[in-house]
Design a protein around this ligand. Structure first.
Ligand code: GSH
Length: 208
């Protein structure tokens, strides 16, 4: 059994979606980051940077932190969405999500949505970067069905929850035809619908 320590954020949703996709038995343990539960010593033991998500695989008594590493682990363990022959491509798009897409769009959330008016520089900088990311993803998806090629992989699972926050981005997802096509296709998957509602509070995927 897998225990998922998480909160209802894009990084958290990556893992609940993956666990639903591979059909594993799992239990969600909520970490309330607004109440600073991530700093509790028992959690820091399994998450050295005090961040969600983390999983404990109770079958092997091992914990894994960092969402990209967790997706790779679950992809290898299940033999799904991370095929050996596609890994060169999958790893690049997964690392682009981990190093650029998530951190940059995360800053856009902070400046544009959660703290408007505090820094004109921050708001402009990350708005521009987030828009570039939409465009770059749209370019990629013009020639490729999914991010790493013709198959749905952990690179898509890592990236989709960030685009699912498009209502707060104010960029206009529907103006990006290929990105919208990809977004809607993934949004209609049963596992994505279930994994999106990871706290089982009725959360629904935003439409275009
Ligand atoms: N690179 C990490 C980022 C995880 C991350 O930023 N988690 C946030 C929530 S989305 C968090 O736990 N924040 C609490 C904190 O930093 O105190 C991953 O992908 O797992």
């Amino acid at each position: 059994m897998i225990e998922l320590f998480t909160a209802d954020t894009p990084n958290g949703k990556k893992i609940s979606i993956m666990l639903e996709e591979i059909g594993y038995d799992y239990k969600v343990t909520k970490i309330d980051i607004s109440k600073e539960e991530q700093f509790k010593p028992e959690f820091v033991k399994i998450s050295p940077f005090s961040k969600i998500p983390v999983i404990t695989d109770h079958d092997i008594n091992e914990s894994i932190f960092e969402s990209g590493a967790i997706l790779m682990y679950l992809g290898e363990k299940s033999g799904k969405f991370y095929e050996q022959q596609d890994r060169l491509k999958i790893n690049q798009w997964l690392m682009a999500q981990m190093g650029t897409i998530g951190p940059m769009i995360g800053q856009h959330h902070q400046f544009h949505h959660y703290n408007p008016g505090k820094s004109e520089f921050g708001e402009e900088r990350y708005f521009k970067i987030a828009k570039r990311i939409y465009q770059e993803l749209d370019n990629r998806l013009k020639n490729s069905k999914f991010l790493a090629g013709e198959k749905y992989t952990i690179a898509d699972i890592a990236t989709w929850p960030w685009i699912a926050r498009h209502p707060i981005h104010d960029i206009g997802l529907k103006n990006y035809k290929n990105l919208s096509r990809w977004y809607l296709e993934i949004s209609s998957r049963d596992a994505v619908i279930k994994g999106y509602d990871l706290l089982k509070d009725g959360s629904k995927i935003p439409s275009l």
